[in-house]
Ligand binder design. Sequence first.
Ligand code: TEU
Length: 545
Amino acid sequence: MNKRWWKEAVVYQVYWRSFFDTDGDGYGDIRGVIEKLDYIKKLGVDVIWLNPVYESPDKDNGYDISDYQSVMDKAGSMDDWENLLNEVHRRDMKLIMDLVVNHTSDQHPWFQESRSSKENPKRDWYIWKDPSAEGGPPNNWRSYFTPSTWEYDEKTGQYYFHSFAVEQPDLNWRNPEVREAIFDMMKFWLDKGIDGFRMDVINLLAKLEGFPDAEQPEKINYLGNNPGIHAYLQEMNEKVLRHYDIMTVGEIPFVTPEDGLKYVGEDRDELHTLFHFEVADDMPTWDMLRFKEIQKTWYEGMYGKGWNSQFLNNHDHTRQVTRYGNDGEYREKSAKLLATMIHTLPGTPYIFQGEEIGMTGVDFDSIEDYHDIAMKNKYEEEVGKGRDPQKVLEELKPLSRDNSRTPVQWDNTKHAGFTDGEPWIPVNPNYKEINVEQALEDPTSIFYYYQKLISLRKENDVMVYGNYEDLSEGDERLYMYTRSLDGVTWLVVLNHSDEAHDLELPEESKGAQLMIGNYGDTEKTVRELETTLQPHEARIYEYTN
Ligand code: TEU
């Protein structure tokens, strides 16, 4: 298998607005990221993924861009950003930027022009359609954030298309001028020396020909993976990507392993890696059997042919220890177990800020404390149907994107040391117990466990390139698998439950050495194959064959 730096890397995601505030406006900022770079570096990660910092009316926290080539005030200035890039590089890390090119803000000058008249040269830069024959929207599609993908524009009597909020009109990628403008913009950032892109919903660029009505409009999967997408990505690769030593990771909802390979196959010249959403979007709570099946099919589909990513949370998904683990009695063990799993399954592991100290989701009392446009729109929609607001709120809370967007908890002082001002979103009230300062003082903390896992990745190719075999198919609580490479085998054993469980280790593991574990008193060498795993216990053993 081809060795590549981005396969060996660990990526740390910085959602800057909730990271660290240096100017007291209640939003994190680029200077805040710079100030905390040594902290990030201490973890041992190689790459930082920075969420969008571009000029934006901020309806969707920066994913509605009104100028791709400048930095929004809340985040700082272009000078700050240049400093960040330098400081990241000076510490031998890399910086990848969010690329949001499926849509712009409705305030982007391109859209302003486009909506101004049917004859405007930029009319065709977006997707405009006449009302349907009966009047009303051109088809029955739902968008991610609203009941329809179509918004009527009085001025010209047509509808424009938006996969997300009304304020996020989709670009028309069929138009070669659009593609050229985007490619030029990408070169602008690449020429500044960035190390790659995380590509927002990149498989949505091609729209389904003819926009036919959907049989199941609520299953918004017709929005992605449509014919034409690979031609766009190949053109992007040919004209831009291949000329730089960078990493690209595509955010690709609704993708199966088979289709995944079309985006990241090593013979395809499109992208390097992808995020699929079979876990984050389709597994609302932990389901061990389903998770194992997902790992198996992706491994079988991709191993040796294309590269995957591993993550359980990001700025769109509830924090992993809350959603998929135990954020109560076993929070620390559970956070370490999930980390062990993500860092030893095939693919590049991602850490979302705060995950390394086991931050948890939130439960705010009022809808006013929530900011997520996806949640707010859904709330309005449901309450608009006459439903009980409190019930709707309770229903939406567990998967609200704000679960992961509360400020990083730095210490136990006011607002968790995140800001001197009023934070844009409330701090999780548990910051007195869960914070960075406390984690750094405790050698057994989740933080240092991550640090050790990351350093193991640096020293052991098997963790990156090894093949994968599940030895525990059918078991709903225990997960045991191997990664093997050149005669070295790593055996990972995980007890993803609140009870202790007996387990028989495989014969070959007699004499195996413990590489890391989340209980302090585990024997360093396997003498007996019969063993008992404590609640949320995780161990990695190494043996040679
Ligand atoms: O997210 C796409 C999105 O809708 C995710 O929330 C979803 O979980 C997954 O991608 C596919 O179903 C991206 C950004 O990450 C998100 O913050 C933006 O709101 C969205 O695109 C629009 O730009």
